[in-house]
Design a protein around this ligand. Structure first.
Ligand code: FMN
Length: 116
């Protein structure tokens, strides 16, 4: 099963987590800036990670705007932000209600604290 980790990171925190996840899984690693929708089609699983800025997941449009074309993939989204990850329900709500359909096939919502 092929997996890609796509990250959007302004200050490098998400990039570091994305690298660790990709290493652990033996997955491909791509920056969102260099990733187009077509680049995602070969993969069974897409892990998208980004920093949270003013309550929004940076660059999530790559996934959210193309949700129909990606709906047969396993989609996993993680975020990095200053908000306490213990406030888990807040993040799951943010991701599922704001950006995705309520679809149990997709795991939505784990959050890392900022690493620096
Ligand atoms: C202008 C600005 C707005 C931010 N807004 C949020 C926010 O709404 N929620 C949050 O948890 N963190 C917020 N943060 C913190 C960033 O998510 C955090 O610094 C994160 O590590 C950035 O990830 P990156 O280094 O991969 O870009 C904000 C940071 C900045 C500079």
């Amino acid at each position: 099963m092929s997996t890609v980790v796509v990250y959007k990171s302004k200050y490098g925190s998400t990039e570091q987590y994305a690298k660790w996840i990709a290493e652990e899984l033996g997955a491909d690693l791509k920056s969102a800036e260099q990733t187009k929708l077509d680049d995602l089609f070969p993969y069974d699983t897409i892990i998208y990670g980004a920093g949270v800025y003013v309550g929004c997941i940076a660059g999530i449009a790559l996934i959210a705007d193309n949700y129909e074309q990606l709906k047969d993939k396993k989609l996993i989204v993680f975020t990095v932000g200053l908000t306490d990850p213990a406030e888990k329900s807040k993040y799951i709500d943010l991701i599922t209600k704001k950006f995705f359909l309520d679809d149990e096939r997709h795991r939505t919502g784990f959050s890392f604290p900022r690493s620096t």
